[in-house]
Design a protein around this ligand. Structure first.
Ligand code: GDP
Length: 322
């Protein structure tokens, strides 16, 4: 692959070059990893200072409908938006919801938008690392807003919080979802909570849910960032409340920029990313060297046949490394 062509393409904001570079990032081949690192390094200082927005919610809450409307609103303001969808379930089921081509049809035709599902398979931590790299490339390609979408199924939210500036949680009335969110501690981390489907028969329930959530939020300690979480009503289906949601995201960004929180948050995220990459590199290096001597295979065989237990095997491994 011609790296310099990719680099100049991305600098020009070419979506095809961006897509090719993302494929490189997703590869787990050692040679490709090195090339991907080099690519990101070359583009690192060409990045735009984008808003990094994480959006989560249970399946069916209206994520794709909402993101499509929000995305269209953002492009209507003359900004470019990239949507990266993280779907931890897609490694298990090939017919995952994010693989559905009809999602965000209108936004995908918008020349100022770029939509890409994040790599499936591998560990969740690995997905987040690749998503972060993809996000940096999108910034180098001049996108103003990067939306990272994740299905609300637990650990993926934490991963997303570790790579974004603002965490928006979508909830819907009548599912007890708002309380589940509190229980799982997700709502505690949310900067903006949007109760979607605030329309028709669900409007009253949505209003009640808003009050409940606002009351619950008062019980949480105030955030270090200086931002007070907002609860908003929206109807993605009828395109209502979308600009208010965007205003809230911008208000949060302004607040944390002015308080200096954003800068320290991104520093922390950078350090975390380095730690993860360093761990991974060291692990792979050691594993490759051990593997060439069939050490790990032998230990695994010992475990399987029962002449080693897990502690003896680990002890032998430590002896090999030392
Ligand atoms: P996702 O699984 O979270 O991506 O949810 P979808 O965007 O696919 O929406 C799930 C269903 O909810 C679809 O049938 C949508 O038409 C519907 N939906 C989405 N937003 C709204 C809304 O604001 N109001 C109503 N009434 N239905 C909605």
């Amino acid at each position: 692959m011609d790296l310099s062509a990719l680099i100049s393409g991305i600098k020009l904001g070419d979506r095809l070059a961006l897509a090719k570079a993302i494929t490189l990032i997703e590869s787990s081949k050692q040679k490709d990893r090195m090339a991907a690192m080099q690519l990101i390094t070359e583009l690192y200082d060409h990045r735009k200072n984008a808003i990094r927005l994480g959006i989560t919610g249970i399946p069916g809450v209206g994520k794709s409908t909402f993101i499509e409307k929000l995305g269209k609103h953002i492009t209507s303001l003359g900004l470019r938006v990239a949507v990266l969808a993280v779907d931890p379930s897609s490694s298990r089921s090939s017919g995952s919801i994010l693989g559905d081509k009809t999602r965000m049809e209108e936004l995908s035709r918008d020349p100022h938008a770029f939509i890409r599902p994040s790599p499936s398979g591998g560990t969740l931590g690995g997905i987040a690392a690749r998503t972060r790299e993809t996000m940096l490339l999108c910034e180098a390609a001049g996108f103003d807003v990067i939306i990272i979408e994740t299905v609300g199924v637990g650990q993926s939210e934490t991963e997303i919080i570790n790579i974004t500036d603002c965490f928006l949680m979508l909830a819907m009335p009548g599912t007890g979802d708002e309380l589940q969110g509190i229980k799982r501690g997700i709502m505690e981390s949310a900067d903006v909570i949007v109760i979607n489907k605030a329309d028709g028969d669900l409007l009253d329930q949505a209003r009640k849910a808003k009050k409940q959530i606002e009351m619950a939020l008062h019980l949480f300690p105030s955030a270090e960032s200086g931002w007070q979480p907002k609860v908003l009503l929206a109807s993605a289906l009828h395109n209502e409340g979308i600009s208010e949601c965007w205003k809230a995201v911008n208000a949060r960004q302004k607040t944390i920029e002015e308080s200096g929180w954003l800068q320290s948050l991104r520093k922390q995220q950078q350090e975390r990313a380095f730690q993860k990459m360093a761990e991974r590199s060291i692990y792979e290096y050691v594993f490759r060297n051990l593997n060439s001597q069939n050490v790990v295979d032998k230990l695994e065989e010992g475990l399987k046949q029962g002449w080693l237990n897990e502690f003896e095997a680990t002890l032998q491994l430590l002896r090999e490394i030392n």
